[in-house]
Design a protein around this ligand. Structure first.
Ligand code: CTP
Length: 132
């Protein structure tokens, strides 16, 4: 039987940490679905607008070989609905979220993958904006 994996993220200023989590998530199943968080959601969550719009971020993620389907994550409260809608067998999150999604273990496996060290969108934005 085919296994569907789902993961979520902003994937702004796409970097190798994003690529690695997507590659490792894909290895856990046969089909990878990625929820890309909406601009509005980021504004509320991180208090800044993403550098790239949701349409651009979705286009980048959708073009990656390991990704089968992309959708817009419009609310953090809808994770359970998205897992059910896409019939996901596995939820993958970075370990910065360790333990935070255990409530979904009643409907799917929940796997936390270690983050790639020393890179993040926030750090990249800071590095680029402080470059002279
Ligand atoms: N991720 C990762 N390794 C990194 C950075 C991110 O594995 N070095 C993973 C996160 O754990 C998440 C996904 O990539 O599963 C999307 O993360 P996102 O929040 O979009 O990226 P960050 O670089 O963490 O962004 P920010 O600095 O804005 O929090």
């Amino acid at each position: 039987m085919s296994r569907t994996v789902i993961t979520f993220g902003t994937f702004d200023v796409f970097h190798v940490g994003h690529l690695k989590v997507i590659q490792r998530a894909a290895e856990l199943g046969d089909r990878l679905v990625v929820g890309v968080s909406a601009d509005e959601l980021n504004l509320r969550k991180k208090d800044r607008e993403p550098v790239f719009s949701e349409a651009e971020r979705m286009a980048i993620v959708a073009a990656l070989k390991p990704v089968d389907e992309v959708f817009l994550e419009e609310s953090l409260e809808l994770k359970r609905d998205y897992i059910l809608k896409f019939a996901a067998d596995v939820l993958v999150m970075g370990d910065d979220w360790a333990g935070r999604f255990d409530e979904f273990r009643d409907i799917c496996e929940v796997v936390y993958l270690p983050r790639t060290p020393a890179i993040s969108t926030t750090a990249l934005i800071e590095k680029i904006s402080s470059a002279t």
